[in-house]
Design a binder for this molecule. Structure first.
Ligand SMILES: C[S@@+](CC[C@H](N)C(=O)[O-])C[C@H]1O[C@@H](n2cnc3c(N)ncnc32)[C@H](O)[C@@H]1O
Length: 344
């Protein structure tokens, strides 16, 4: 039997085939092959494969589908994700979703769940809903609500969940992770119940300023975003996807599509107390994010060495932390629903 670290022992190494998604009495009750507790050699080899993390330039990366995703999965990255969850909570006034969900939904799916922090909050808010979270990395915690289950899975592969089984599917911050958004949305459409909702959240990869030209105030930061767009496109997993999510949902057949755009201040420049607090946290999250986003992409795709990356990111960091400049980025939240009466 494979030893599993505390942070991984509730994560299954493969999602169940044609899963029964009804709420299960225990997190492992309805799992299929390769669960964390399984002694099958298939489960064991898969589990060791997903935990055989890769190290590069001082950061730790996923091993399942190695090299496919360019952000790290180490503690620093997990802290950044959790910090962003807190900032979203502040700016979204505590709401976990924007789609008009009913309280009695039976199944929800968080694609690329990361640390699972949103999925766990959602599971608490919807105690009779079965919540599924998947990720390339088994970095979700042990102590989780009884109505949630995590799996290691590649969302770009064919899903093994039962079609038409989810009331809500959410994907947050997957810009840079997905090569084929049309396929992801098609699978989402097919796996939603008729009338079920999808919600996408992503940052647009552009810097704005409320009190001047961002090009003059933060030239390195502007360059950072240009490099990110160029490198992620070359890598065939573009980061800058947020502005086109509306069209993607409509093209995929979703209806009642709506969008809300939130400003995320880059440092505590706002006078409004909530925005100011969000800016204070976001200054830290953005500082961590520079390394997360830049390190692998700029070295693997643009061929920069580590010293070049460090010097460049230091210049970017200095600019975005300068409270004289009222810099912000936009987060796009887009939601829509599968029509009621159509075939799959
Ligand atoms: C920036 S993090 C966001 C995590 C979480 N959604 C949140 O908002 O806190 C993106 C996550 O997507 C996961 N991911 C990337 N590509 C994936 C894929 N093809 N299938 C499943 N998860 C993936 C990464 O491992 C990472 O945990």
């Amino acid at each position: 039997m494979v030893e599993s670290t505390p942070e991984q022992s509730n994560t299954h190494s493969s999602p169940p085939a044609e899963a029964d998604l009804s709420p299960a009495p225990s997190p492992t009750a309805d799992s299929a092959v390769g669960s964390a507790g399984s002694e099958s050699s298939y489960g064991a080899s898969l589990l060791s494969e997903v935990k055989n993390y890769k190290y590069e330039n001082g950061r730790r990366y996923h091993s399942y589908r190695e090299g496919q995703y360019v952000l790290p999965n180490d503690e620093m990255e997990q802290d950044r994700e959790d910090l962003l969850h807190h900032i979203r909570s502040l700016l979204f006034q505590g709401r976990l979703y924007h789609a008009p969900l009913k309280k009695d939904i039976s199944a929800a799916f968080d694609i690329g769940t990361g640390t699972g922090i949103w999925a766990m909050d959602f599971a608490d808010e919807f105690p009779s809903t079965k919540v599924i979270g998947t990720d390339l990395s088994p970095i979700q915690p042990v102590w989780i609500p009884p109505n949630i289950e995590f799996f290691v899975d590649d969302a770009e592969s064919d899903w093994t969940f039962k079609k038409g089984s989810f009331d809500f599917v959410r994907a947050c911050d997957l810009g840079g992770a997905i090569a084929d958004w049309a396929k992801l949305l098609q699978q989402t459409y097919e796996h939603l119940k008729p009338g079920g909702w999808i919600e996408l959240l992503d940052f647009a990869m552009d810097l704005h300023s409320e009190n001047g030209s961002p090009e003059q105030q933060a030239p390195h930061a502007m360059e950072f975003f240009r490099h990110l767009k160029e490198a992620s496109s070359k890598f065939n997993r573009p980061m800058d996807v947020a502005g086109n999510h509306i069209n993607r949902l409509k093209t995929a057949g979703f209806i009642d599509v709506e969008e809300r755009i939130y400003r995320f201040p880059d440092n505590p420049w706002p006078t409004d107390p909530i925005l100011r607090e969000a800016g204070r946290y976001n200054q830290e999250a953005t500082s961590m994010g520079l390394d997360s986003y830049g390190t692998a992409l700029f070295s693997r795709v643009l061929g920069w060495n580590q010293a070049e990356i460090t010097v460049f990111l230091a210049a970017v960091r200095k600019e975005i932390q300068d409270v004289r400049f009222h810099l912000y980025v936009n987060a796009h939240v887009v939601w829509g629903r599968r029509p009621e009466a159509t075939g799959l």
